[in-house]
Ligand binder design. Sequence first.
Ligand SMILES: [Zn+2]
Length: 575
Amino acid sequence: MGSASSAYRVIYLDVDGRIQKVVFSRFCSPYDIKELFCTALGLPRNTTLSLLDSTGAMVSIDPTMPHNTESPGPKSVPYNDCTMSLLLSLSLPLSLSLSLPLFYFLTLFFRLFPSFYLPFLFFLSLSRSLALSLSLCPSLFLCRAFKINELKTEVTNRLAMLEKRVELEGMKVVEIEKCRSDIKKLREEMASRNNRLVTCHFLDDNKKLTPRRDVPSYPKYHLSQETVEALRQPTFDVWQWEPNEMLSCLEHMYHDLDLVKDFNMNPITLKRWLLCIHDNYRMNPFHNFRHCFCVTQMMYSMICLCSLQETFTQVDILILMTAAVCHDLDHPGYNNMYQINARTELAVRYNDISPLENHHCAIAFQIFSQPDCNIFSTFDPEAFKQIRQGIITLILATDMARHGEILDSFKHKVDSFDFTDEEHVTCLKMVLIKCCDISNEVRPMEVAEPWADCLLEEYFMQSDREKAEGLPVAPFMDREKVTKPTAQIGFIKFVLIPMFETVMKLFPQIEDVMVQPLRESRDRYEELKQIDDAMNELLTDWPDGQSKSFYQGMSTCTADYFSEQYLDFLLRCFF
Ligand SMILES: [Zn+2]
């Protein structure tokens, strides 16, 4: 018995501590063996049995199942040479082993206190109340299964709700982004219309790069001797000329400086080029073709006044004049700060480094790339390269963000200036184009003042747009913070006068005609500011709201500072 080769097998079952020996033939079917086990356990014959070893592993009930030996102890039954014990697990109908009240009580108890279940099982195991422990298993497993199902349902529902919420929130984000995009487009369109801006082409549209009018229809003006003389002076009235007249004046300057003759320029090409330049300035309040003319005319007058042709080469003169003509080509009316903050196409293209000035250069040389407009067509490649580099250097120098750097460099050179030193000459040329670019206050008051209004108009246009787009606003551009006197005083005192006085060290002749007008302009604006401040003091105790708003309107309408109505208003109200 017990041998694997024996015709009989012996199994010892541990039933409630009682060891029941079961003997069956090797030729019994599994079904017969299970029936035999049920009989030995006192269970119905069709009860499903599960046989577990001491490790919890299920043991198949069939004739080949390994036999074991009688256990010395009540609990464990040695199983061959192993140390496994046989435990019996039964799936019983609940009523078989427990009275219903006890079952319900225990079921309820363990539902409420599930943590007691395992200790209880252990206790039953010790007390051999195997049937009880086993009979409780299904009910508790059912409870747990229900709980798991409930949890599953709840989790599924919550997941569905979350998914729905994510979907809705996602839709909201998409809608908000779309609204933002639409609003931005509308604002840009409105700003474009309000500012009378030409649509921003930025090198994509070559139409403007070719003159709209052909040269034969270009009106021919005969400049009077008086005009020719006046053109050499910083006092030249830039406001009384039509665009075609300004074009004729520019043309005259190139001839008068012998640039056409010395560089063998085609006069017709010069006309075409100037027409094309005119067409590539936009209708901005300030940065327009008239500003281009002003800067070039001031350069011309400085060349004449300082006799620069005696110290500079003709190539330098050509670079100075051409850079002045091209220096603000296709200016969009919004400065570099706006370009960078608004992340415009220009700022992206030029990596936030002088985007506008780089753009002006690019447009200038795109125009030169057309043979009909290339006034440098007679230049050999090396000469063209020199001219190109010179023009680019000067146009890039007009970025006011570089003002301190360029002026400091010039101050270091001016006391020992060497006209044969290329670096010195380049630095001087950079300072000269900077002087001309911001030289309006050098001009007589009646010529200069409208420019201040134009510049403020362009600034306000920008600050309004910056506010609308939620971008940072510079205080000197904010219509609620700046007035013409406050804007001009700081600029004249801290930017213009120091720069022109430094140039004056090299060219003392500019003092009377350029530096002195700047000092007078500074004094005039300081007087205006004093009046403004006095008005604001009185305004704090102003009793009549309507009059107050009228005065406020007057104080910001700085063009009226000198009007008779304004003086009359002051006299009637305050004196
Ligand atoms: Zn400019």
